[in-house]
Ligand binder design. Structure first.
Ligand SMILES: [Zn+2]
Length: 291
């Protein structure tokens, strides 16, 4: 069992998600965490050109550039692919990383509260989720293990281990203190868990409720490929609430409803996420499970 010594805390991977940026600026100005002497911290503002312009990215989404193929490519045409390679040198390299844990902080415009996104079903991550849920019951644990940890294109995967903190609802380019405080609380619990993990004093967590990514659901489109309806009014601001088979999920502009036709209830999240507008994604769906 390898211990957690080096931790990178990353913000500004998306330049208009301000909580992580402000958290890092505050940590650097010595508003230190109680674990300042426990770990070797590196603080990183990942996409500085995008942060300077208060936009998600300049050329391409930085948080999709960390596949093994992308990091190995010699293509230098996109600003973000160069930033990815630089960060991979600084914190990684992916698969053989010098950083034990990368914590990448994001905001969402969806009402997802404090969500911990984990990418692998293993005891380290499972117990982290259980520990967070036990100490911060309002937090949501979202497991995205539809592909392996290393196959994910996310920045955090350049660490030996990597997680994402997703906090919302917060508009793009805006920074809310309630969201900042939630992020701080979440981070302290995660660091406390890592400290206990290192001391081997963290007991196996009892079963807890979590969500597992199922799919992304696109807006209904018309024959001209234009959005022809919106997320149903009954789903708004209700991320992680249960949607039964047969319940409405969209209302078309002509007033008719579109119903959830799957074979099981789903738990929508990232509902109306602003960053997904270009890809016409209305929300992501998850299944609820006991982990
Ligand atoms: Zn983000």
């Amino acid at each position: 069992m390898s211990s957690i010594k080096s931790i990178a805390i990353v913000g500004g991977t998306h330049g208009n998600e301000l909580t992580g940026i402000h958290l890092i600026q505050s940590l650097e100005k010595s508003h230190v965490t109680q674990f300042a002497d426990t770990f070797d911290f590196t603080y990183v503002i990942a996409n500085q050109p995008a942060v300077a312009r208060n936009i998600r990215f300049v050329d391409v989404d930085l948080n999709r550039q960390f596949t093994i193929d992308n990091l190995a490519s010699t293509d230098t045409s996109f600003g973000e692919s160069n930033i990815a390679k630089m960060l991979n040198q600084q914190l990684g390299p992916k698969q053989h990383s010098k950083t034990d844990l990368v914590i990448d902080i994001h905001n969402t415009t969806a009402a997802m509260g404090a969500t911990l996104i984990l990418l692998e079903d293993s005891p380290f991550y499972r117990n982290m989720g259980g520990y967070l849920k036990a100490h911060m019951p309002s937090a949501n644990i979202l497991l995205e293990d539809e592909i392996s940890y290393l196959e994910h294109p996310y920045l955090c995967t350049i660490g030996q281990r990597g997680i994402m903190l997703e906090l919302g609802a917060q508009p793009q380019g805006v920074s809310r203190m309630d969201v900042f405080l939630q992020c701080t609380e979440m981070l302290e619990h995660i660091l406390a868990y890592c400290d206990l993990y290192n001391q081997n004093t963290q007991p196996q967590q009892p079963e807890f409720t979590a969500f597992r990514l199922l799919d992304v659901v696109k807006f209904p489109l018309d024959e001209d490929n234009q959005v022809a309806g919106l997320v149903h009014e009954s789903l708004l601001d209700r991320d992680y609430d249960k949607v039964e088979v047969g319940a409405p999920i969209f209302r078309m502009f002509d007033g008719t409803e579109v119903f959830h036709t799957g074979d099981q209830a789903i738990y929508p999240h990232f509902i109306n996420e602003a960053a997904y507008k270009a890809s016409k994604v209305a929300f992501a769906s998850a299944l609820k499970f006991k982990w």
